[in-house]
Ligand binder design. Sequence first.
Ligand code: IPE
Ligand code: IPE
Ligand code: MG
Length: 236
Amino acid sequence: MSKKIEIPEHIAIVMDGNGRWAKDRGLARTAGHEAGEKVLFDLVEAAIGFGVKELSAYAFSTENWKRTPEEVKFLMGYSRDVLRRRRDRLNEMGVKIQWIGRPQRLWKSVISELEEAQELTRKNKTLTLNMCVNYGGRSELVDATTALARDVKRGKLKPDAITEKTIEKYLYSPKMRDVDLFLRSSGEQRTSNFLPWQSVYAEFVFMDVLWPDMTPKQLWKAIEIYSERDRRFGKA
Ligand code: IPE
Ligand code: IPE
Ligand code: MG
């Protein structure tokens, strides 16, 4: 008899390897980003079918500003256009879109597109899709600390009363579940500043597949690997 598969509630995905995929084909890096778009939405659809409740997609990190101005410009315009193209279909599927990230430096048009998608889908319950755009784990903790310190200064909060729950309230998405499965494509084995607070007890799966080559089948494989893990959370 086969063992029952445990479905992770929250999957965090580092969508990596677009540039290498394009290079292998003699194409511009941007062609890799274009090829990666369909993959994300195929995986969202598959995740819904598997019963996943929350998916966080790392689309642009606070470190990605270090890329060439051309690539940054492409990625900004592209995030905006992708949301516009996909939001109605996502809405039909019951996906709640949430932007996770820092407003500073982010293009205004990207922010307004994110906000529109959020507003359109806010009542949906099938799956929450966290679009992590201009996200950095350290920035998230800096921003949380700043807001928290302000509240202490205003007398709204006592330093001795700060708990883990308090910190969570100051994160970009206080309701975000802890990450169960942290998945990265492209063979790199690092987190690159993605969801450190939320991933302390995540199971890490690194797949040697470039993002544009990822398929729902690969996602299922990652879930099977996850399901084999023995999560103890510190217990004996
Ligand atoms: C991930 O692919 C997409 C973003 C970071 C926006 P990369 O662009 O990092 O592709 P590689 O890692 O250079 O192959
Ligand atoms: C992480 O990938 C960021 C995103 C996928 C958006 P990177 O390609 O930027 O990470 P490093 O530079 O390999 O660590
Ligand atoms: Mg990369």
